[in-house]
Design a protein around this ligand. Structure first.
Ligand SMILES: O=c1ccn([C@H]2C[C@H](O)[C@@H](CO)O2)c(=O)[nH]1
Ligand SMILES: [Zn+2]
Length: 130
């Protein structure tokens, strides 16, 4: 098992998902080689819940890192989980279009796409010029 998958599978166990019962784990490798992980944290006020990817990004930024090199997301579904639209934008804040995002099941199925594939035409700094 890759270290990134191991981190994502492990942190998924800590997910707080009593409403959806859909636990998700995410792990990010940064340019420095460090790994940060996060899980989804739901709330009785449903819109206040946060995704696993957001947790991993928060841990990365809190540690003083900002450059995403690789992402791994895992859930217990039959189909590999894909980051929601909001998380695609959050990942794009710290990673380029060439960043690999591995989407996986607990069972071991993996699907791989780039961040550019997942968020084509991403809104970015260039759009705010002029
Ligand atoms: O990539 C994803 C997709 C979904 N979820 C969470 C949000 C919510 O808690 C639950 C069901 O959508 O799964 C994530 O954390 N990451
Ligand atoms: Zn999300």
């Amino acid at each position: 098992m890759s270290d990134l998958r191991e981190a994502a599978v492990k942190v998924r166990e800590n997910a707080h998902a009593p409403y959806s019962e859909f636990k998700v784990g995410a792990a990010i490798r940064t340019a420095s080689g460090a790994v940060f992980s996060g899980c989804n944290v739901e709330n009785i006020a449903y819109p206040q819940g946060t995704c696993a990817e957001a947790g991993a990004i928060a841990a990365m930024v809190a540690a003083g890192e900002r450059e995403i090199a690789e992402v791994y997301v895992v859930a217990g579904s039959d189909l590999p989980v894909t980051p929601c639209g909001g998380c695609r934008q959050k990942l794009a804040e710290f990673g380029g279009g060439d960043v690999t995002v591995v989407m996986a099941t607990v069972g071991g199925e993996e699907q791989q796409m780039t961040l550019g594939d997942l968020l084509p035409g991403a809104f970015g700094a260039a759009h705010m010029k002029g």
